[in-house]
Design a protein around this ligand. Sequence first.
Ligand SMILES: O=P(O)(O)OC[C@H]1O[C@H](O[C@H]2O[C@H](CO)[C@@H](O)[C@H](O)[C@H]2O)[C@H](O)[C@@H](O)[C@@H]1O
Length: 254
Amino acid sequence: MSETVLDDALVTALEVFAARTSVLVASDFDGCVSPIVSRPEDARPDPRSMAALEAAAVAPLTQAALISGRARVDLQSLSGASANLTLVGSHGAEFADGFETAISPAQEELLQRIVAEFTSISDRFPGTSVERKPASVTLHTRMASHENAVSALELAQAGPASWDGVHVTNGKMVIELAVIETSKGHALDRLRAAMGVDAVFYIGDDVTDEKAFAHLRDGDVGVKVGGGETAAQYRVADTDGVAAVLETIAALRG
Ligand SMILES: O=P(O)(O)OC[C@H]1O[C@H](O[C@H]2O[C@H](CO)[C@@H](O)[C@H](O)[C@H]2O)[C@H](O)[C@@H](O)[C@@H]1O
């Protein structure tokens, strides 16, 4: 068990949640189960958090899910999750059976234009990089100098982010442009209905996780990781706090 001490109010909320008959335990990946690292491809999950999610997934009347901004295939390989976990990629839009609405040829063409523009921006500003995903493109600036990061993000905002049909997300040291609308909240609604659970737990750290918190209902529990405004009722400081929360739920449900 973790040495992180959770707030009494959070522990009580977890106990009440875990006492419901059937539950879904869902988590964000980067910055939550997986500590933030400089290069996206180097991200690795905290073994304690993954073990707790895997334990929850096989507990009675308990489902567990990772809902991430990553491409689903990358989420699968980086997390090493077993088939017991439900994986949703592309900020809630990409399920095991693909996207709810297929990416159209026009959207694919738009995606290629964004890739080309981001690549051209990235070539001009050392330390930035481009991550291509099935329905979006991310310009990363974490490895760039402050000046290069600011300039690259300004060019992205003034350029492709302003194009018709482009959906903009400003994440942690990234700007992400999608050719479809995505919502982790919508993903939670879909999982809740498909799994028929009585209550949902969700934990996350970034802007797209706010859409998930906004879809929580009475009896659900939302936990924000780190600082910043949030619609979540509870908070933990860091990924150790995430592991402590997930271990608590797994122990209560097991
Ligand atoms: O929804 P998430 O699972 O939190 O995914 C959000 C984005 O996470 C990744 O970027 C972030 O994590 C990287 C690795 O720690 C870090 O280098 C980067 O600065 C962060 O923004 C991922 O690369 C993106 O595709 C996700 O959208």
